[in-house]
Design a protein. Structure first.
Length: 313
C-alpha cells in the first residue's frame, strides 16, 4: 500500500523539479521547499478527510461546529488552512528546518499539534503529502522524530542529489536572477548580493567553492549519512535526467523503480508512464554543465574543500 506521507531531501540546485514532477504524478502534494497543488481532479477534501486534523487542532467541540452543514463554508476552509499551516510549522521544526518567530499561524493551534507523536502527525493530512527539505542534519532534526523513524523507517526518506559541479552552476545561475525569482530564503537574498560583486563566472565559482556558507554546502556535508543508511532511497539527478537531459532511459527506470518500492507503490513493467523530463529545461538541468565550466583551478579547489562530496572512483 502506498504510504500517505514521505520526505524528500534535495539540496538547492539539485534539479528538484524533476523529482517533484514524479512525486506529483504519484499523487503527492508538495510541501516545504517545493510547493504544489493536489493532483488535478482531486478537488477539495471532504468532511471525513479533514476531521482528524481539525479535531487535533481545535478539539471535538469546535470541529463539530465547523463541520455543521449550516456553518458557512468560508469558516471551515479558513480553519482548515490554518490547521495545515500549523502542521507545516510543526513538521518543519521536527525536520530541523529554520522557522520565523513571527507567523500568521495561531500559536495555540501549533502548540497543540506540536505535542502529538509523529505516528499521529502522519495521519492528519488528507490525501498524500511529500515534505521537501534542503537538508536533514542529524544534529538539528528533532531527536524523537529520528528515534521514531529509526524504529519504523516511516515516513520513507528519499535523498535526491546531484554532481556538486552542476549544482554549483545551477545555484549561481539562480542567484544571479532578480530577487523575486530567487525566493525568500534569507541566505539566497544575502548571497545574491555577494555574487553580484563578483565580475566573472570564474570568480563566482571560486566563491562557491571556498565559502562554506554558500547555499547548499552545509546541507551537502551534513547530509552525507543519507548516502549510506540502508533505509534511505537514494536517487541522483543524473538518473532522473533521462536521455533528453544527458542521462539514460535505463538509469531513469531503475531510479523510478526504487522510488516506487520505497513508497509502497506497485512497480509497472515500464517507468515510461511518468512525465519525461522537459527538453526545454536543458540549459538548467542538463547533466555535465559543471564539468564544462570548471577550470583545472576550480577542480583543485573542489578536491581540497569538498573532496568528501565527490563520488568514490
Amino acid at each position: 500500500m502506498a504510504v500517505p506521507q514521505m520526505i524528500a531531501v534535495s539540496q538547492p540546485g539539485s534539479g528538484t523539479p524533476l523529482l517533484a514532477d514524479v512525486t506529483g504524478a504519484l499523487g503527492y502534494t508538495s510541501y516545504g521547499t517545493m510547493s504544489g497543488d493536489p493532483a488535478a481532479g482531486a478537488g477539495h477534501p471532504g468532511p471525513g478527510e479533514v476531521y482528524s486534523l481539525l479535531t487535533a487542532a481545535y478539539g471535538p467541540d469546535r470541529t463539530a461546529l465547523l463541520l455543521n452543514p449550516r456553518q458557512d463554508r468560508e469558516s471551515l476552509e479558513s480553519a482548515f488552512h490554518q490547521a495545515v499551516g500549523a502542521l507545516w510549522r510543526v513538521w518543519w521544526t521536527r525536520l530541523g528546518q529554520p522557522t520565523t518567530r513571527h507567523s500568521p499561524v495561531d500559536p495555540d493551534t501549533e502548540s497543540r499539534l506540536a505535542r502529538l507523536p509523529d505516528t499521529t502527525l502522519l495521519t492528519l493530512l488528507p490525501g498524500r503529502g511529500c515534505w521537501y527539505v534542503n537538508g536533514l542534519d542529524l544534529h538539528s532534526a528533532d531527536a524523537d522524530f529520528l528515534r521514531t523513524w529509526h524504529t519504523r523507517s516511516q515516513p520513507p526518506i528519499v535523498y535526491h542529489h546531484r554532481d556538486i559541479r552542476d549544482r554549483i552552476i545551477s545555484q549561481i545561475r539562480a542567484l544571479s536572477q532578480p530577487a523575486d525569482r530567487v525566493g525568500s530564503l534569507p541566505e539566497h537574498l544575502v548571497y545574491r548580493d555577494i555574487l553580484a560583486t563578483r565580475p566573472t563566472l570564474d570568480a563566482k565559482i571560486t566563491l562557491a567553492l571556498t565559502d562554506p556558507g554558500f547555499p547548499g554546502m552545509r546541507e551537502a556535508h551534513g547530509g552525507r549519512w543519507l548516502l549510506h543508511h540502508p533505509a534511505i532511497c537514494v536517487i541522483t539527478h543524473e538518473e532522473l535526467a533521462g536521455p533528453a537531459l544527458g542521462g539514460s532511459t535505463d538509469a531513469r527506470e531503475r531510479a523510478l523503480t526504487r522510488l516506487l518500492l520505497a513508497t509502497g507503490h506497485p512497480v509497472p513493467p515500464e517507468a515510461a508512464d511518468f512525465p519525461p523530463p522537459p527538453a526545454a529545461a536543458a540549459d538548467e538541468l542538463a547533466v555535465g554543465i559543471g564539468r564544462e565550466l570548471f577550470t583545472p583551478a576550480h577542480e583543485d579547489l573542489l578536491r581540497h574543500h569538498h573532496g568528501a562530496l565527490l563520488p568514490v572512483a
